[in-house]
Design a protein. Structure first.
Length: 568
């Protein structure tokens, strides 16, 4: 589907010229910085050189002292402590960080990851029962718990205290825990609200380090877990997160934990890399960690991440790599089934929404399938399967459409739902499916703006290809790590031409583009449809990222083309 391209606003000349003057940089880099809200020398210094001094005092977070005090009691009394985390990357890195941090100081420590299929997301009844039956008197929840009011109240009645470390939006009532560590609390004055779940766990570890005067090196040694969580949970890459991610990627590249090291080594086994960046973590490490919980049990991911032996970690990494291959094959198979079933429906082409259901689909991958269907049809999408006698679904949105609000408008047909503007989950009885589909289509049709049904691509700046050279790209790469709030810049160039030998790899194109007197390699994703036109020497406009690729130990510039269309 053709995307609508639009340019980001160009900042005022005064701001751009000031940055050029005080930083000694050119127009393009000054514009990119100004687009990201950077206007002064000090702001630029913080952006390019974040360090430990940029991290906030953990005791500014509400309940932090209470959390530290309760852990002190547990350590002194030798209480059994359970770390309870979600089954995704953020949850498993959170648990791994806290386990490795506390284990040298406390041997009565275990972790618990809920089963995605049997227990679902967050604090579970099975988890509370396990804690009670095994004699745990303190549970530290990581990346979950802020809305688990009833279950934590039940745990309290059974003699189990909770410390909640979460980064999701709290409800109107906080759970009755000893401490609820969440910078999004309404009563919080913590200076930064966009920490990952692992980031909140790190702040607790930072507070404990300060309080007990434990070696700081033990804390900084865990930074690679925080960087992985920030990348894979796709939280804001600004403020404190930028500092945490910057420091974490330094740790990851210099001396990562064995599990992270071998996981990336396995992912790049055919083409080893010397230096990893955030996109490597997001697209290669993240899916492999997630695959454990999607198909089997996420405790396998924690076992990998906490393993201290590289040989043993390699065995875990091999297993996760295999799980990820199975996940990918399953996802592709289900996506094809869904597309076939949807396109056979008489009114599908006219619909404003997509609701796909098959009782045999794997619950662990339906969220990914929903995202794939959005890419293909670009409309609000829900994918459902049968689970525990009910239908369970994942929803994904388009544009600025609030899919959570749309689902809420159909709540009379549902058992449960939750989520946010762009993604949500829901459960319902099978006999209510037809009524729900009709209601959802009606709500979407009434509420969605036509612009939200057309994919768009916003680029930072238009430049000629002949401006791109190694020294300039060196400066551009200093803007890493990229993520929300500091996305990898998208450039647009007009009337580009291939040297004449493009190759198609499935849906993708490999190109070599003329850039003045030099040639720059490029990969054009999902653009194999343009192969013949490119071979004929036709001119194209392209939107792209500038990357560096490594092959056989050599590094070269490469464009990652996001979209292309014939030049006018």
């Amino acid at each position: 589907m053709q995307k609508n391209w639009r340019a980001k606003p160009i900042p005022t000349p005064e701001v751009v010229n000031h940055l050029k003057s005080v930083l000694g940089i050119g127009d393009i880099l000054a514009i990119l910085l100004a687009q990201r809200g950077i206007q002064t020398f000090d702001e630029a210094k913080h952006f390019f050189r974040p360090d430990k001094s940029f991290l906030h005092d953990p005791f500014l977070m509400p309940d932090m002292q209470a959390a530290v005090n309760r852990i002190e009691v547990a350590l002194k009394k030798g209480e059994k402590v359970l770390l309870f985390g979600d089954y995704d990357v953020d949850g498993t890195t959170s648990v791994s960080l806290m386990y490795l941090f506390l284990k040298p100081h406390h041997d009565q420590l275990e972790f618990y990851i809920p089963d995605r299929f049997l227990e679902g997301y967050g604090i579970s009844q099975a988890g509370i029962d396990y804690a009670a039956n095994e004699g745990f008197s303190l549970v530290i929840s990581l990346d979950c718990g802020v809305k688990s009011v009833e279950l934590i109240a039940q745990a309290k009645e059974r003699g189990i205290d909770f410390i909640v470390c979460d980064h999701h939006e709290p409800g109107e009532v906080l759970p009755p825990a000893i401490a609820v560590l969440d910078a999004k609390r309404k009563d919080s004055n913590y200076p930064y609200t966009e920490l990952s779940g692992c980031g909140v766990g790190f702040k607790l570890a930072q507070a404990l380090t300060q309080y007990f005067v434990w070696p700081e090196d033990d804390l900084w040694a865990l930074m690679d877990f925080v960087a992985v969580s920030i990348a894979c949970d796709i939280v804001q890459m600004d403020g404190e997160n930028r500092a945490l991610s910057y420091l974490g990627m330094q740790k990851l590249n210099a001396n990562p934990h064995p599990g992270i090291k071998v996981l990336l080594k396995k992912a790049f086994e055919k083409n080893p890399k010397k230096v990893y960046d955030i996109s490597d973590v997001l697209f290669y490490a993240g899916p492999r960690i997630n695959a454990a919980g999607r198909l089997y049990h996420a405790k396998g991911a924690v076992e990998l991440l906490i393993e201290q032996s590289e040989d043993k970690a390699w065995e875990f990494a091999q297993a996760l790599h295999l799980h990820n291959e199975q996940r990918r094959n399953l996802e592709q198979e289900i996506s094809k089934q869904a597309e076939s079933e949807l396109e056979a429906m008489p009114d599908f082409a006219k619909s404003k929404s997509t609701v796909a259901y098959n009782p045999e689909w794997n619950k662990g991958v339906i969220g990914i399938v929903a995202s794939r269907l959005v890419e293909k049809y670009y409309r609000p999408t829900i994918v459902l399967t049968r689970s525990e006698g009910k239908l369970a679904g994942s929803a994904r949105s388009v544009g600025n459409f609030d899919i959570h609000s749309a689902i809420e408008a159909c709540s009379e047909h549902l058992l449960q739902f939750g989520g946010h503007t762009h993604a949500a989950g829901l459960t319902l009885k099978e006999e209510n499916l037809v009524a729900f589909k009709a209601a959802f289509e009606k709500v979407v049709t009434e509420r969605i703006h036509p612009d939200d049904l057309q994919p768009s691509l916003e680029y930072d700046l238009e430049i000629p290809l002949n401006l791109i050279h190694d020294k300039w790209v060196d400066k551009l790469m200093q803007m890493n790590p990229f993520g929300p709030g500091n996305m990898n810049p998208i450039f647009m160039s007009r009337k580009v031409r291939d040297t004449g030998m493009p190759k198609a790899y499935g849906e993708h194109l490999s190109l070599n583009l003329w850039a003045g007197e030099q040639v720059i390699g490029a990969m054009a994703f999902s653009q194999a449809v343009n192969l013949n036109a490119v071979k004929q020497g036709k001119l194209f406009d392209i939107c792209y990222h500038i990357d560096r690729s490594e092959f056989n130990g050599k590094t070269r510039l490469q464009l990652r083309i996001l979209d292309m269309k014939p030049s006018e």
